[in-house]
Design a protein around this ligand. Structure first.
Ligand code: SF4
Length: 68
């Protein structure tokens, strides 16, 4: 998944993502940009700050955040 807003690029490795209801990344996001729909994690690029909290807390290292 790539996002163009503010030069932030968030990539989800769907092989690593457990799609857990108790997702650490979802809980850590300060702007609630992370949600799940039909079992897939979604990141709302219109509000994502590129802070990297989701990347820090995901135990499976399924998320990477780049800010250019
Ligand atoms: S980078 Fe920060 S604002 Fe963006 S989805 Fe991850 S935790 Fe939320």
């Amino acid at each position: 998944m790539s996002l163009g807003i503010n030069g932030v690029k968030v990539t989800i490795d769907r092989e690593k993502c457990e799609r857990s209801g108790g997702c650490f990344a979802k809980r850590a996001c300060p702007v609630r940009a992370i949600s799940y729909k039909n079992g897939k994690i979604l990141i709302d690029g219109s509000i994502c700050l590129g802070c990297g909290k989701c990347q820090e807390v995901c135990p499976n290292k399924a998320i990477s955040v780049e800010v250019k």
